[in-house]
Write a protein that binds this ligand. Structure first.
Ligand SMILES: [Ca+2]
Length: 90
């Protein structure tokens, strides 16, 4: 597989590592994923208010779960922000 394809599979694997077989993330699972897998890219989520705000921003269809599509949007936003930051430092 190409680097891009390997990265895409990795994102899906990480999602499933935290979602389990149900294929969606609850609040506590999103928090664990962010704090364990994205700690170099975004600030650790510590308080419930921050978590609740982030969760409702990501939960586009309002079903109180983060599905893979909603998670991918989040990954795209964080990746894009990191890209912008790296350009600023060039
Ligand atoms: Ca949702």
């Amino acid at each position: 597989m190409s680097d891009l394809e390997t990265s895409m599979v990795s994102i899906i694997d990480v999602f499933h590592k935290y979602s389990g077989h149900k294929c969606h993330l609850k609040k506590a699972e999103l928090k664990d994923l962010i704090n364990h897998e994205m700690r170099h890219f975004i600030k650790k989520v510590q308080d419930d208010e921050t978590l609740g705000q982030l969760f409702s921003d990501l939960d586009r269809n309002g079903d109180e779960k983060i599905n893979l599509r909603e998670f991918m949007t989040f990954i795209a936003q964080v990746s894009s922000a990191c890209h912008d930051l790296s350009l600023m430092h060039d």
